[in-house]
Write a protein that binds this ligand. Structure first.
Ligand code: F6P
Length: 541
């Protein structure tokens, strides 16, 4: 951002500082002015500490930065990921469901359509238990999705969120971590002869995934008296590294492609979503793509004032760079969306967790806040105390659905009542005067002390996102909304949102430490803490 833009934000923040959200929220037409709809999603940002002037300032910044040009450049397949010289075309993965003409190169959409057809045929064959043409043994009941980061979070979130759409044909399991406890537990639970492993890794070099892959292969081989070829028949790979998958004995027919133009955290729409397609069926997977395409079309056609992704991005920039909030909470009031905070942690923090710009120079402004969260109402009984009365305000996204996928009306009303109540409580708070009126016992000093503790400062911002219902379409739209929020914030912050060099160093160090955890000599070059901890582990293991 330009120094002038940051100054303007600071000025606007100072202007609004003395105004309490309580005052803003009772202004006439507040909800109508500060809420927008796109398809099955309603964004209410009337509880953000913003007024029309501040919103106008933010919109002008987006316009000055040329947000439409950046948006169109992405859809067109320009090289936005300059550090890796790659286009960014996750939107092409759902372009077939879009109402607008695709801007993506025809070669790309051709490969994508072909892969979707292959996925459809594979899902169909597995559903019908007619898989001999694929070399997969009949009788598969359990699917294990082996992948981490983007090869896990999106599919896991969607499989959980769309539980009411599950066909019930397969039980789907996820094994992201290299923690052997999970791997061992899964192997205890499942029948190796009835298990199909989806080895999902864009790079096919990820330690966790490859190690678990080798363990599961051995486990399946044991069930066939050590026959490695029969074990390999239980594997499907999804990867951009087709040769490496082949080298593991998985024939090309069972390798579905990924592409360099799709980042891992943006890949649930590709064959990375195979586990979702197996859980909910291909028509529902297509509906999920359709929901994302609906959000793409909205993003491509609405002006900034009505554009949900742009508004979400601007609200984030306002809270971070205007009001100086360092963290951002995501609270879905839906157990099915329990994985949404983790998904958004990767999407937002891996994309925007940078402190230098594309030209290598230090950025002027703070960038991504720490994203965190958990489901409501559980979170109310855990960390909400600090959100209400702690020293730091945390802007929140509160997310709910109007219509549940069950008939327990009282439960759902209670859930929604809590969602609405918390947003109001954060914004309005409770004055010391009101708290004093409640304090009936004790002398004046004691009553004053108690009232101070029972005061809620309020003035704590939140947005509410209401889905009409959790459906494949609305979930697709929700995830695409956040993807596009990231694109706009990356533009405003001058960040390449599509590389992730920051995760490399730890991976390299883990490789060098691994031998020292068995009996290799511990290099002198290791720091004191690493050496001390290795010695402790070696002594006790
Ligand atoms: O650790 C970072 C990361 O590279 C993510 O960006 C990615 O989603 C994840 O690891 C898994 O990578 P892969 O799909 O290549 O195994």
């Amino acid at each position: 951002m330009l120094a002038g833009q940051l100054d303007t934000l600071a000025r606007e923040a100072a202007r609004l500082q003395p105004l309490h959200l309580r005052e803003l929220l009772f202004a006439p037409q507040r909800f109508e002015q500060f809420s927008r709809r796109a398809g099955p999603l309603l964004l209410d940002f009337s509880r953000q500490k913003l007024d029309e002037t501040a919103l106008q300032v933010l919109g002008a910044i987006a316009e000055d930065c040329g947000w439409q040009q950046r948006r169109d450049a992405m859809f067109r397949g320009d090289v936005l990921n300059r550090s890796e010289q790659r286009p960014v075309l996750h939107t092409a993965l759902r372009a077939g469901e879009s109402q607008l003409p695709s801007l993506a190169p025809a070669s790309v959409t051709g490969e994508i359509n072909e892969t979707l057809l292959r996925m459809g045929r594979l899902v169909d064959a597995l559903e019908r238990n007619d898989v001999s043409a694929y070399g997969i043994p009949a009788g598969i009941t359990d699917i294990v999705n082996l992948g981490i980061g983007g090869s896990d979070l999106g599919p896991r979130l969607a499989v959980e969120a769309l539980r009411s759409y599950h066909s019930g044909r397969f039980a789907c399991h996820f094994l992201p971590n290299v923690d052997g406890h999970q791997t061992a537990a899964l192997m205890r639970r499942l029948d190796p002869r009835r298990t199909l492993v989806l080895l999902v890794s864009k790079s096919f070099t990820t330690q966790e995934t490859l190690l678990n892959g080798a363990v599961l292969r051995q486990w399946i081989a044991q069930a066939y008296g050590g026959d490695a070829t029969r074990a390999a028949a239980h594997f499907i790979a999804v990867s951009a590294n087709i040769e490496a998958a082949g080298a593991l004995g998985i024939p090309a027919q069972r390798v579905l492609p990924m592409w360099d133009f799709v980042g891992g955290r943006y890949s649930v729409w590709s064959a990375v979503g195979l586990v979702l397609a197996l859980a909910v069926g291909m028509p529902n997977f297509r509906a999920f793509l359709r929901g994302a395409a609906l959000m793409d079309d909205h993003f491509r056609s609405a002006g900034w004032r009505d554009n949900l992704p742009v508004l979400l991005a601007l609200i984030g920039v306002w809270n971070r760079n205007g009001l100086g909030h360092t963290t951002h909470g995501v609270i879905p009031y839906l157990d099915g969306l329990a994985e949404l905070p983790a998904f958004l942690q990767q999407l937002e923090m891996e994309s925007l967790g940078k402190r230098v710009g594309a030209n290598g120079e230090s950025l002027r402004q703070a960038t991504v806040p720490v994203v965190w969260g958990s489901v409501g109402t559980n979170a109310q009984h855990a960390f909400f105390q600090a959100l209400h009365q702690g020293s730091d305000a945390v802007p929140l996204d509160l997310i709910g659905a109007v219509r549940p996928a069950h008939g327990l009306k009282d439960n759902h009303r209670a859930l929604l009542a809590n969602l609405l109540a918390q947003g109001a409580a954060f914004a309005l708070g409770k004055t010391t005067q009101d708290a004093l009126a409640e304090a009936v016992s004790g002398d004046a000093v004691e009553r004053q002390a108690l009232a101070a503790q029972r005061t809620f400062p309020g003035d704590r911002p939140s947005s509410t996102l209401l889905l009409d219902a959790v459906t494949p379409e609305s979930l697709g739209a929700l995830l695409a909304l956040y993807e596009h929020k990231v694109l706009i914030q990356a533009l405003l912050w001058d960040i390449n949102a599509f590389d992730q060099w920051g995760v490399e160093l730890g991976k390299v160090l883990a490789k060098s430490i691994l031998p020292a955890l068995s009996d290799a000599p511990v290099p002198e070059s290791f720091d004191a803490s690493t050496r001390g901890l290795i010695a402790t582990i070696r002594a006790l293991s």
